[in-house]
Design a protein around this ligand. Structure first.
Ligand SMILES: Cc1cc2nc3c(=O)[nH]c(=O)nc-3n(C[C@H](O)[C@H](O)[C@H](O)COP(=O)(O)OP(=O)(O)OC[C@H]3O[C@@H](n4cnc5c(N)ncnc54)[C@H](O)[C@@H]3O)c2cc1C
Length: 591
């Protein structure tokens, strides 16, 4: 399965510089028949085998969960990233997204599957030696072996590198591990763990630890708000014996394993949120069409149309970013020579900024949709008879794991600033050019018949708002910018909105000649207008925290000028989107 991406972007963060031509980015509309077949296979598996087992999974029937993982292996779903040598089917990045999206209807099983694919198979593929891959990957890819990833500890979650688990080197080169890991997904029934520990208490390193090794045990299942059909336990290492051959990567380079696995995990988490959003929209649209109040379907009320329209536009925005990044990663992988694991590692590292954007934007989009899904269901949304309440509980953890959203917000502008200072990304010259541009008279917008003309202008301007705010922040704080978390978080919000606005505008432009062109334009307009409103507020807060007097007035003037313009009629656009959601009983851009 290959993704046709002759012209996709090559550099993480590069989209902030200059214009991205239409047709240059990957969109869901460019998926191949093979991609669609993969989606269908996965959805049928979920509908016929996973959803009927939901109750058993929630009762912690781990034999049932293992059996379902094994079925995933048979269907090739666990092997989308792995080469054939290890039993995989090695499809492209878009196919991996499609599988994760399609599995999202059961968040619990999605978490189990995600831990296996993203947290056990990926570290081995990225960092495993040939003998390690040959020994462990075939079992993980077939689903006979279950994997887990043990990084967090009770006193080190976000600050993962301060782990206390210790690996003591033995005379024969082997290691003895002591410590306790917390909140480990698949902990209750995993056969092997990727464990992080400090060699001789100092050098943070990764190890492959088998459950049957002496000194390895797991604790009680956690009682969780959601994801009750997935296992979460402590992993206890008491003089656990780990052979020398089971060091993963190099001693002291465990952070490389941890951070790169996180890059991948954040990207895939977004795919799950995108899939979850489509499930929620379908539930809301169906319920709104059936439920009658005051003698009519609630879907007829403007307030409910607003919700369905807004849900559609938010799902569209995240989906557009997700597929754009998937395409860019795939193009980057295609450029690299050498083993596919190394090529993937380099590509995901390049797009680490976008992975953080996707993680935050996806998790917050899904929580918004699931909250509205309950609201559309009224009292029925609050009781267990309908799935809305379970989805709502299940999704909450998305803002906590794979790096909390606070940490990811700090990373987004932090990585941009670091790449700019290292000369890898020409943001500083672009910010200087913007300063000059702002001193010139404002250009007059030529009248246009293009329904997306306004969205295109705003989307270009939002990138300049990023340059304005990040430029002022770098100039004002220099090296101490990392201590200015509020400014960094506001900047991250603007970066996310700028990426979202451009992604939807490019996608809607690319769909201009299709039968759904007007719906694409509606979704893009709603998303872009909201992005502009949010970004203006965030920029005002950030600028006022950095400047005062004439300097602040000049910056606010520049901001107003960048975001000037007449608002689109998004009330009408949401209504049209809502009507499409009801008539299709779900997401209008699928299939
Ligand atoms: C269901 C579930 C499954 C999980 N699965 C796994 C797994 O398989 N493997 C694994 O290793 N871990 C797993 N985790 C752990 C998860 O990754 C951590 O919970 C997460 O990294 C946050 O760490 P913490 O809970 O210690 O929160 P803390 O780090 O204590 O954070 C608490 C709050 O402080 C904020 N904060 C922390 N540091 C900063 C900072 N520098 N600046 C600003 N704000 C900050 C956080 O954003 C958060 O809001 C799982 C957790 C759950 C709930």
């Amino acid at each position: 399965m290959t993704t046709t991406m002759a012209h996709t972007e090559k550099q993480g963060g590069g989209w902030l510089l200059g214009e991205t031509p239409t047709g240059r980015v990957f969109t869901p509309e460019r998926c191949s028949d093979e991609h669609r077949l993969m989606a269908q296979t996965t959805r049928e598996f979920v509908a016929n085998e996973v959803l009927p087992a939901l109750e058993r999974m929630e009762q912690k029937d781990w034999a049932c969960v293992r059996q379902l993982l094994h079925r995933c292996g048979e269907l090739g779903l666990l092997g989308v990233d792995a080469p054939e040598t290890y039993g995989g089917v090695e499809l492209d990045t878009v196919a991996a997204v499609i599988v994760a999206e399609s599995l999202a209807a059961s968040a619990s099983f999605g978490a189990t599957f995600g831990a296996q694919c993203n947290l056990a198979i990926i570290p081995l593929l990225f960092f495993g030696s040939d003998p390690q891959c040959a020994r462990y990957l075939p079992g993980l890819v077939s689903g006979e072996t279950v994997g887990a990833y043990a990084l967090s500890e009770s006193s080190s979650g976000s600050d993962a590198l301060s782990a206390k688990t210790r690996a003591t080197r033995q005379a024969d080169g082997s290691f003895v591990l002591n410590g306790e890991k917390m909140w480990i997904t698949n902990g209750g029934f995993a056969d092997l763990f990727i464990v992080f520990a400090k060699v001789d208490g100092e050098q943070f390193s990764a190890f492959i630890v088998e459950r049957t090794a002496p000194g390895v045990s797991t604790g009680q299942e956690e009682h969780k708000l959601g994801l009750r059909g997935s296992s979460t336990t402590p992993v206890i290492l008491q003089d656990a014996q780990v052979p020398a051959d089971n060091l993963l990567g190099e001693i002291g380079l465990g952070h490389k394993v941890a951070f790169n696995v996180l890059n991948y995990g954040r990207f895939k988490l977004c795919a799950s949120t995108s899939g979850g959003a489509k499930t929620a929209l379908a539930e809301s649209a169906r319920y709104a069409a059936e439920r009658k109040q005051f003698g009519q379907a609630i879907a007829e009320f403007g307030a409910i149309k607003h919700k369905l329209g807004e849900m559609s536009a938010r799902a569209y925005a995240v989906e557009s970013m997700l597929y754009r990044v998937a395409g860019a990663i795939e193009a980057r992988i295609g450029e690299q020579a050498g083993p596919s694991g190394e090529a993937k590692l380099a590509a995901f590292e390049e797009f680490a900024i976008e992975a953080s954007i996707l993680k935050v934007a996806g998790s917050e989009m899904l929580d918004y949709l699931l909250d509205e899904n309950i609201q559309v269901h009224g009292g029925n949304g609050f009781v267990e008879d309908y799935p809305a309440e379970r989805h709502y509980r299940d999704a909450r953890v998305n803002r906590i794991f794979e790096g909390t959203n606070e940490i990811n917000r700090l990373l987004i502008p932090g990585m941009l600033a670091r790449r700019a200072l290292a000369g890898r990304l020409a943001l500083i010259p672009a910010a200087k050019q913007l300063q000059e541009e702002i001193l010139q008279p404002a250009p007059v917008d030529a009248p246009s018949d293009d329904p997306l003309a306004g969205a295109k202008r705003v989307s270009a301007s939002l990138k300049k708002v990023v340059l304005l705010v990040l430029g002022v922040a770098m100039q004002t704080f220099g090296d101490s910018l990392r201590d200015q978390q509020e400014v960094l978080s506001f900047t991250a919000d603007i970066v996310m909105d700028a990426f979202s606005a451009e992604s939807v505008t490019l996608r809607a432009s690319a769909a201009a000649d299709t039968s759904r062109a007007s719906l694409h334009a509606d979704a893009a307009q709603v998303a872009v207008q909201a992005a502009a409103t949010r970004s203006e507020a965030a920029a005002r807060e950030a600028l006022a925290a950095m400047s005062s007097g004439d300097a602040l007035r000049t910056q606010l003037g520049a901001l107003r000028r960048l975001l000037r313009g007449t608002p689109a009629n998004t009330v009408a656009a949401r209504r049209r989107l809502a009507e499409a959601a009801v008539s299709r009983a779900g997401y209008m851009f699928e299939g």
